[in-house]
Design a protein around this ligand. Structure first.
Ligand SMILES: Cc1cc2nc3c(=O)[nH]c(=O)nc-3n(C[C@H](O)[C@H](O)[C@H](O)COP(=O)(O)OP(=O)(O)OC[C@H]3O[C@@H](n4cnc5c(N)ncnc54)[C@H](O)[C@@H]3O)c2cc1C
Length: 399
């Protein structure tokens, strides 16, 4: 049944139905309601940001090796800047500054990437070791020739961003139905026409699938297979005297870690490639806390760049599951041959910082047929079937 026929028969309908109230679904609903997309409904099996958005380290940076991601990050950053104007809520990003350190053999790539990012509007520059030591006291800099620096970088908070976006969407008329698990997509031929919930079907002109690591089984219910695999990721929190940790956010390829301040400056959050689990983690069957050994390994690695961590007590950890694609970039847009469905999944550990721009681009795609501010075509879900994954020429070896 199509949405108009369902409405005539008295069934639940919506012009656009968003599955998932994480940062991506909430941002999409916000922009849909701002652009006047008609009736917008957001369904979540639990509550807003109850998925991986609540586990995110939430770093905000524009340093990417693929220009399309830079565009999404730059556009999102402008929206984070205008947060109060957009959503009516307090600013949601802490602008600590962001440092990117790469392997010594990849410094030329770093310079080229910063040049590319600046051309696309990123506030980024190359700084030498002395300047880095001045900007980020506490960081070991004796093995560094230079680093990329974003004075505007920092970090945010997944539940706040998702909560603000959803609340602002509801103020503009969007409906929110928490505790409503979707069991399957409903199809009429190849067209996706709605979703099946325990409370019955809900029909829609367009279904946006923003269910993160839970997206693949829902796609399978409509006979669609997209390459989204799950991967464990672990984060550690270490305590030290306030001000003794790092004041900035940092990603460091030499230690294969990232870190940033947390709370009132007496905690450092660190994570990274260390201890990443094998593919195929069950997002519902994964321990919520990493083992003590794993936490120690993460902090030990990060301490090679931030020595205070070697003397800091580990207070707790978080386990999260990433929705990885083969090229580690998201799947955004229509699935050819399946009208009525928009996919927004496979964020591969980078979805927080780009969520406002992704939501805007998808809302524009739905309301006007194309994204107006960024080019979504490189992210099309069909790119792997076409043999055209994203492969930036300036990629780092650990991209
Ligand atoms: C540990 C960790 C650290 C990270 N660090 C960063 C970082 O520093 N910077 C960055 O930019 N990104 C980071 N990320 C990635 C980023 O957090 C994610 O890409 C982003 O939060 C994904 O948002 P989402 O809305 O797609 O998914 P989610 O937040 O997982 O939301 C999906 C929603 O769908 C709902 N759902 C699932 N199945 C169903 C169903 N059947 N019916 C109804 N609802 C359903 C879930 O309840 C959930 O609320 C990190 C991720 C993790 C796990």
């Amino acid at each position: 049944m199509t949405a108009p026929a369902a409405a005539a028969a008295g069934a639940a309908t919506s012009d656009v139905l968003v599955v998932g109230a994480g940062v991506i679904g909430a941002a999409t609903a916000f922009h849909l309601s701002t652009l006047g997309a008609g009736s917008v409904t957001v369904l979540d099996r639990a509550t807003v940001a109850s998925g991986m958005s609540s586990r995110s380290s939430a770093l905000v940076r524009m340093h990417y090796t693929f220009s399309g991601e830079v565009d999404l990050a730059v556009r999102s950053d402008a929206m984070f800047d205008a947060w109060t104007e957009l959503t009516g809520r307090p600013a949601c990003v802490r602008r600590t500054g962001f440092v990117r350190i790469v392997l010594p053999s990849e410094v030329d790539l770093l310079r080229a990437n910063v040049a590319m990012q600046r051309e696309r509007g990123a506030n980024a520059e190359i700084i030498d070791a002395a300047e880095l030591a001045r900007l980020a006291p506490g960081l070991r800099t004796d093995d560094i020739e230079c680093a990329a620096w974003e004075p505007h970088g920092g970090y945010g908070d997944g539940p706040i961003v998702a909560g603000d976006m959803l609340a602002a969407a509801r103020e503009r008329g969007a409906r929110y139905r928490p505790n409503t698990p979707v069991a399957a997509l409903i199809t009429d031929g190849d067209r996706v026409t709605g979703v099946l919930t325990a409370a019955g079907p809900v029909y829609a002109g367009t279904v946006v699938l923003a269910a993160g690591v839970w997206s693949r089984p829902l796609l399978a219910s409509a006979g669609i297979d997209l390459p989204i695999e799950t991967e464990l990721h672990h984060v550690a929190f270490a305590r030290h005297p306030a001000g003794a940790g790092i004041g900035v956010a940092c990603i460091d390829s030499t230690t294969r870690t990232y870190f940033r301040p947390e709370a009132a400056g007496n905690l450092t959050l660190s994570g990274g490639e260390v201890g990443e689990g094998p593919r195929g983690a069950d997002p519902d069957g994964t321990p919520l806390t990493p083992s003590d050994d794993l936490l120690a390994e993460i902090v030990e690695s990060a301490a090679r760049r931030l020595p205070v961590l070697a003397e800091s007590g580990i207070t707790r950890g978080i386990t999260g599951v990433l929705d990885m694609t083969p090229d580690a970039r998201p799947l955004l847009g229509e699935v050819p041959g399946h009208p009525g469905l928009i996919v927004a999944a496979g964020f591969s550990g980078t979805g927080f910082k780009i969520s406002p721009a992704v939501g805007e681009a998808l809302a524009e795609l739905i309301t006007s047929g194309a994204a107006a501010h960024v080019d979504l075509r490189p992210f099309r879900p069909s790119r792997f079937a076409e043999g055209a994954p994203i492969g930036p020429v300036l990629a780092y070896s650990d991209d």
